[in-house]
Design a protein around this ligand. Structure first.
Ligand SMILES: CCCCC/C=C\C/C=C\C/C=C\C/C=C\CCCC(=O)SCCNC(=O)CCNC(=O)[C@H](O)C(C)(C)COP(=O)(O)OP(=O)(O)OC[C@H]1O[C@@H](n2cnc3c(N)ncnc32)[C@H](O)[C@@H]1OP(=O)(O)O
Length: 219
């Protein structure tokens, strides 16, 4: 495959483009702890068979919690900067639905730079269920998309997904560790070709390929 696209070694500082940026290590520990507990709450609520009185009491506590935290808000589109990704490519939206560190609706996924591309381990509980005991196929696609986009960004070529293909090879079970990995396989002009897999016990359960298109940034 031809290699005409080059990594964008000099991405502009997103702040100069009007983005709000927060460094991940500057997120308050109290916020990340709260996100973690709300994830636990979502899972508990989704599965509870508690008596009505306990449900009503819990609802009142949640209403109180909403009053406490629903004050000043970060703007939608705010970016988080992950400093362990080398160079100016470690940006993502802070509320990204698949990996955003402040988003309790996101799974506890954290893609890391690997020898080739990116990789992560994640365990998905019952709130990610599609068929009984299995991860929803849409979430499988979403996690592959996130890994594919991150592999492109980690290689210095952030872009938007133009095309995504998913093959579901085996059922992907809930409540067990899953390994996700992705890498760049080629480039052509602004197109970045990427491939990714999800594995359980070393066996591929799903694989995806995508074309990410590098979007021209001003500056
Ligand atoms: C300093 C940085 C500041 C900002 C940083 C912000 C964030 C950091 C970025 C990454 C973050 C890191 C992690 C990744 C996170 C998440 C991953 C999830 C990603 C997504 O969740 S993303 C949302 C879904 N995604 C969209 O919302 C895209 C909607 N779409 C469009 O916005 C346009 O469609 C676009 C831009 C894709 C292209 O438009 P365009 O006008 O720029 O370019 P054009 O059409 O000319 O295509 C150029 C070449 O791509 C080929 N091409 C185009 N489309 C194709 C297709 N479908 N299949 C096969 N090839 C295709 C053409 O054939 C041509 O190829 P050729 O060079 O051979 O002629």
């Amino acid at each position: 495959m031809t290699v005409e696209a080059q990594p964008v070694s000099e991405l502009p500082d997103p702040r100069s483009l009007g983005f709000t940026v927060v460094a991940e290590d500057e997120l308050p520990a109290e916020l990340t702890a709260l996100v973690d507990r709300v994830r636990t709450l979502i899972d508990a609520v989704a599965h509870t068979e508690a008596p009505a009185a306990d449900l009503a009491a819990a609802r009142r506590l949640v209403e109180d919690a909403v009053r406490r935290v629903d004050g000043e808000r970060r703007p939608v589109g705010a970016l988080v900067q992950r400093t362990e990704f080398e160079g100016p490519v470690g940006y993502g939206t802070v509320t990204n639905i698949v990996e955003g560190p402040t988003n309790p609706a996101a799974p506890p996924l954290r893609l890391e730079q690997a020898e080739q591309g990116v990789r992560a381990e994640v365990t998905l509980g019952g709130v990610y269920q599609g068929p009984p005991g299995l991860v929803h196929g849409g979430w499988i696609a979403a996690m592959l998309d996130q890994a594919l986009g991150s592999a492109s960004a980690a290689a210095g070529m952030p872009g938007l997904t133009a095309n995504l293909t998913v093959d579901y090879r085996r059922p992907t079970p809930l409540d067990v560790p899953l390994e996700i990995s992705a890498r760049v396989t080629g480039t052509e002009r602004r197109k970045v070709f990427v491939s990714a897999e999800i594995r359980h016990n070393g066996e591929v359960t799903a694989e995806g390929t995508a074309i990410m298109v590098q979007v021209a940034l001003p500056g």
